[in-house]
Write a protein that binds this ligand. Structure first.
Ligand SMILES: NC(=O)c1ccc[n+]([C@@H]2O[C@H](COP(=O)([O-])OP(=O)(O)OC[C@H]3O[C@@H](n4cnc5c(N)ncnc54)[C@H](O)[C@@H]3O)[C@@H](O)[C@H]2O)c1
Length: 450
């Protein structure tokens, strides 16, 4: 199929590269010229495992090209995927980019003779495709949806950090559409994918499935963090032991006939930490809350999920406050800046809040992340933070180490620390370290207070 993708960010680029790899002829479109140039020169503008190799291959064999020329790309394709950002504007989902993209596609469809299919991949609140995107397309094309063009909704479930793997081997494909012709065309996109569970439905249900999925995972995280904070106020109780006991519930994992346990991936969301970040969970849960409120519902659970999450990074600062009377000349190393490992995405990372609080206290902040340093500099600036090139450099003469994002490299943190004369206080924001390896160890869900 000839595919055009509008918006070449994390989702648009990964989708483009993977669909090209599956044999489609793909054009990625973005308004950001620098991004387009990089892509055409085989340089991924984001970090994602395996992306560089697949991008290079598909640019060279001409299965993929990037452009700023939306009109030409839409005219020369059969199907257009909308993958622009849908941020939260403080009150509601911000549809500025979606509306603009729909108007541009609509204006192009006015000149197009053949039938075209438009697919919404961006995460949008139920009703957006049918009530905002379809009218914009019809208005600007002066054509009729369902007759001259099709409109569908195909939410994306890839996880940053393993996005290529997730896109190539999806756990589900959800396809909404205004009619059968639309569904048939979207299905063609996935023709070369291995057997995968699919749901064919209407656009609003497809939109809601994405929000329900993200809300469930975010709820697991805030649940675990609430339990962590209760454990930490209870002497001799460590949330790590508590959640290990919870995970053994046979309703949460499968016990095979031989007695072996199969742990489902969602258990990693049932662990204590310093809160979720990223470009999806925070904005999506807030958007769903505001949508529910607009319908007259009070979504108490989801509001608490956000509230707990907002406070969670501060727990690390509270631990620091409890430990030190003065912050003068205190050297603090912050390890892991991206919102999670294996990505350079800094959007809504708990590291931002922690580092801002540290700077306010006047401590000397060093920051280290294996991949996200450049992105971090763009957001946090360089005046109050010393970015170190290596883990060892960040640990030199340090008083406190705060671990925000657990990269594999930090598994051996104790080995690096053993080389030092003075042992710093470790504040473990992810509870992935083995506390027995550290002389002075504090963490989320473990003995708050002095
Ligand atoms: N990032 C994820 O892990 C993820 C996963 C699933 C779903 N989603 C959803 O997918 C959507 C995109 O997310 P993202 O993280 O890829 O966003 P992003 O901000 O990384 O990328 C969006 C891109 O769209 C471009 N753009 C905006 N308006 C445009 C226009 N009119 N024409 C061409 N390009 C335009 C921007 O320049 C940007 O490069 C969002 O709705 C998000 O919620 C994201």
């Amino acid at each position: 199929m000839r595919v055009s993708i509008i918006g070449t960010g994390y989702v648009g680029l990964v989708s483009g590269v993977c669909l090209a790899e599956k044999g489609h002829s793909v054009v990625c479109i973005d308004i950001d010229k620098e991004k387009i140039e990089k892509i055409n020169n085989c340089i991924p503008p984001i970090f994602e495992n395996g992306l560089e190799e697949l991008l290079g291959k598909n640019i060279k064999n001409k299965h993929l090209v990037a452009t700023t020329d939306l009109k030409r790309a839409v005219l020369e394709s059969d199907i257009s995927i909308i993958a622009v950002g849908t941020p939260f504007d403080g009150k509601n989902i911000d549809l500025t980019f979606i509306k603009k993209a729909s108007e541009q596609i609509g204006a192009t469809l006015k000149e197009k003779q053949s039938y075209h299919t438009v697919v919404v991949k961006s995460t949008v609140i139920p009703g957006t495709t049918d009530e905002v995107i379809v009218p914009a397309l019809e208005k600007h094309s002066k054509k009729k949806a369902g007759i001259d063009f099709g409109v569908g909704m195909n939410p994306e479930f890839l996880r940053e950090g393993c996005a290529i793997k997730d896109f190539m081997n999806p756990d589900r494909i959800i396809i909404g559409g205004i009619d059968e012709e639309t569904m048939k065309n979207i299905l063609q996109l996935y023709e070369n994918f291995d057997d995968v569970d699919m749901i064919l439905t209407n656009n609003k249900t497809a939109e809601m499935i994405k929000y329900a999925s993200n809300s469930l995972l975010a709820t697991f995280i805030s649940f675990s963090n609430e339990i962590a904070n209760i454990c930490a106020l209870t002497k001799e109780v460590d949330v790590k032991d508590v959640m290990a006991g919870v995970h053994l519930d046979k309703r949460l994992n499968t016990i095979m006939p031989g007695g072996e346990r199969v742990n489902p991936a969602f258990l990693s969301y049932l662990e204590a930490g310093c809160g979720f970040g990223g470009s999806c969970f925070p904005k999506d849960i807030k958007a769903l809350v505001s949508y529910a409120e607009s319908k007259g519902q009070k979504p108490a659970l989801l509001k608490s999920v956000i509230e707990i999450n907002k406070k969670q990074p501060k727990k690390l600062i509270d631990i620091l406050d409890d430990h030190f009377e003065s912050f003068e000349n205190l050297n603090v190393a912050v390890l892991g800046l991206a919102f999670k490992a294996n990505t350079d995405d800094m959007r809504e990372s708990p590291a931002l809040l922690v580092i801002e609080s540290l700077i306010q206290k006047g401590v000397n902040v060093r920051a280290y992340d294996p991949i996200a340093m450049e992105e971090a500099k763009k957001i946090l600036g360089t005046t109050n933070i010393k970015y170190t090139k290596t883990l060892d450099e960040s640990l030199d003469c340090v008083d406190v180490v705060i671990l925000i994002t657990h990269w594999d490299e930090f598994d051996d943190l104790h080995i690096s620390l053993n080389k030092l004369e003075k042992q710093p206080l470790i504040i473990d924001g992810r509870r992935k370290l083995n506390k027995k390896h550290y002389k002075k160890y504090k963490g989320v869900g473990l003995n708050y207070g002095k």
